[in-house]
Design a protein around this ligand. Structure first.
Ligand SMILES: *Cc1c(COP(=O)(O)O)cnc(C)c1O
Length: 402
C-alpha cells in the first residue's frame, strides 16, 4: 500500500477533491467576452467571506507575503510610522517587510505566546497627538505560536483615541476559519492567502480593501506597480484583470467559496472551534503546555505545543514524517526545537484530527516523551463525542445522534 501522507501543517491545508477537480480544467482565455459572468459574482461572494458591503476584494497572484506588500505599498508613504506588535514569526516578518520598505515601525515586543497588547496600543495611540501613526498592524492569528487576538479591541482602542490611523489585519490563517468582520471592525486592509482557510494551493493573495484605504492609495503610497490597487480596481470593475490571472486557482476559489457559503460561515467557525477543542483536550491529557499562555489567546486554527525540556521538536517532526507519514508544523525562529504545531484548519473533520493526534502521540512515545499512552487520543475522542456543534456538514451521523 502506498504510504498515506497526512498533512497537518497550518498551511498549505488539504484541498478538497471538488476544489482539485475545479482546478484541473483546460487553459482558457482570461479576456474571453463572457469572463465577467464568472468573475463579478465571485468578487461579490468573496465580500460575504470578509463581511463587507463597501470593501473591495482583490486577487493577486502571490502568497500571503505579497498581500502584506500590497497593503503597505498602496497606502503608506516613505517615512510613515506604523504601530505593530511582535509576538511570533509572522508578526515579525510583516514588521520586517515594513522596515525594508523604509517605514518607521513603532514595535511593541511581546512575549511569544501572548497576542496583541491592546492596552499598550491604546496608550501609544492616545499619546500620538501629532497623528504620526498612519497605520496599525494586527496579526489576527499568529500561526507560529497558535495565538489569536481580538481585532475589535484594537478598533475600540483607535476609536477611544479618536485616531485616524488605518487598521490592517493579517488574516492569512484566520479568515474563512475564524470570525472576521471587515466593516463592523473598521478594518482598512485585510490580507489572506489561498492555502489556508480557503483550502486551495498557494498562489493567491486575497485582499479586502476599504474605501478609506482606496482613498489613501489615490493620495500617496510607496513605489509599486504590480500590486497597484488602482490598476486592479479599474480592470476588476468590468470583470477583468490588469495582467494574466491564475485562472485555475480562481476556478478553484469559486468552488471553495461555494463550499464555505454552503456550510455557512458561522458553522465553519463552530467546526474550527470544535476541532481545536479536541486538540486542546489532547494537549491537556498529555500534560503538555500550549505555547499560547492563556485561554483567551487560544487559536482555533493552529495549536503550538511545547515539548518538555530535553526534547527537540525537530526530531519529533522528522520521526513522525518518516515513520508514520504525517507532517506536523515545525517550531519557527525563537521557538524552533521547542514547539511543534498541529494545523487544524481548512477541509478537516474530527477523524482527520484524531489521526494527527494519534500520529503525534505515537511519535512522542517512540522518542520517550513522558506521556500517558493513548491519553491524548482518548481525551480528544471524548471531546468529539460530547461536543458536536449544531451543524457539521462533514459528519451528519453526529448531528443525527444528538
Ligand atoms: C501563512 C501566513 C502568512 C503568509 O505566508 P505566505 O507563505 O507568504 O503565504 C502570513 N501571515 C500568517 C499569519 C500566516 O499564517
Amino acid at each position: 500500500m502506498d504510504p498515506v501522507k497526512g498533512l497537518f501543517v497550518p498551511g498549505p491545508t488539504n484541498v478538497p477533491e471538488a476544489v482539485r477537480k475545479a482546478i484541473d480544467v483546460p487553459m482558457e482565455d482570461h479576456r474571453a467576452p463572457d469572463m465577467a459572468e464568472f468573475t463579478l459574482p465571485l468578487f461579490a461572494d468573496l465580500k460575504q467571506i470578509f463581511k463587507t458591503a463597501t470593501g473591495q476584494v482583490f486577487l493577486y497572484p502571490a502568497s500571503g507575503t505579497g498581500g502584506w506588500e500590497a497593503a503597505i505599498t498602496n497606502t503608506l508613504s516613505p517615512g510613515d510610522t506604523v504601530l505593530a506588535a511582535r509576538f511570533g514569526q509572522f508578526s515579525h516578518l510583516w514588521i520586517d517587510l515594513c522596515q525594508r520598505h523604509g517605514l518607521n515601525v513603532d514595535v511593541v515586543d511581546v512575549e511569544w505566546g501572548e497576542g496583541v497588547p491592546v492596552e499598550i496600543f491604546a496608550e501609544r495611540l492616545g499619546a500620538d497627538k501629532d497623528r504620526k501613526i498612519k497605520a496599525v498592524l494586527v496579526c489576527q492569528n499568529e500561526t507560529a505560536t497558535g495565538v489569536q487576538s481580538d481585532v475589535s479591541e484594537v478598533r475600540a482602542a483607535l476609536d477611544g483615541a479618536d485616531h485616524p490611523a488605518l487598521l490592517f489585519v493579517d488574516g492569512v490563517s484566520s479568515i474563512a476559519s475564524i470570525d472576521f468582520r471587515m466593516d463592523e471592525w473598521g478594518v482598512d486592509v485585510a490580507v489572506s492567502g489561498s492555502q489556508k482557510g480557503f483550502m486551495l494551493p498557494a498562489g493567491l493573495a486575497i485582499l479586502c480593501v476599504s474605501e478609506k484605504a482606496m482613498q489613501a492609495s489615490e493620495e500617496g503610497g510607496l513605489h509599486r506597480c504590480y500590486f497597484d490597487f488602482k490598476d486592479m480596481a479599474a480592470t476588476n470593475a468590468t470583470g477583468y484583470f490588469p495582467y494574466t490571472p491564475p485562472m485555475t486557482l480562481i476556478r478553484g476559489l469559486r468552488v471553495s467559496v461555494d463550499r464555505l457559503l454552503a456550510e455557512g460561515l458561522e458553522n465553519v467557525f463552530a467546526r474550527h472551534r470544535y476541532l481545536a477543542g479536541g486538540v486542546r483536550a489532547s494537549v491537556l491529557a498529555w500534560s503538555l503546555d500550549l505555547c499560547a499562555r492563556d485561554p483567551k489567546w487560544y487559536s482555533d486554527t493552529v495549536s503550538a505545543i511545547c515539548l518538555p525540556d530535553g526534547f527537540d521538536s525537530g526530531d519529533l517532526l522528522r520521526h513522525a514524517y518518516r515513520r508514520y507519514g504525517i507532517s506536523l508544523g515545525a517550531g519557527l525562529s525563537k521557538v524552533a526545537g521547542r514547539v511543534f504545531r498541529i494545523g487544524h484548519l481548512g477541509d478537516l473533520n474530527e477523524i482527520m484530527v484524531l489521526s494527527a493526534l494519534a500520529g503525534a502521540e505515537m511519535a512522542m512515545r517512540d522518542l520517550a516523551v513522558p506521556i500517558q499512552p493513548g491519553a491524548g487520543v482518548a481525551a480528544a475522542e471524548e471531546h468529539f463525542r460530547n461536543f458536536a456543534p449544531a451543524a457539521i456538514a462533514c459528519t451528519p451521523q453526529l448531528v443525527a445522534a444528538e
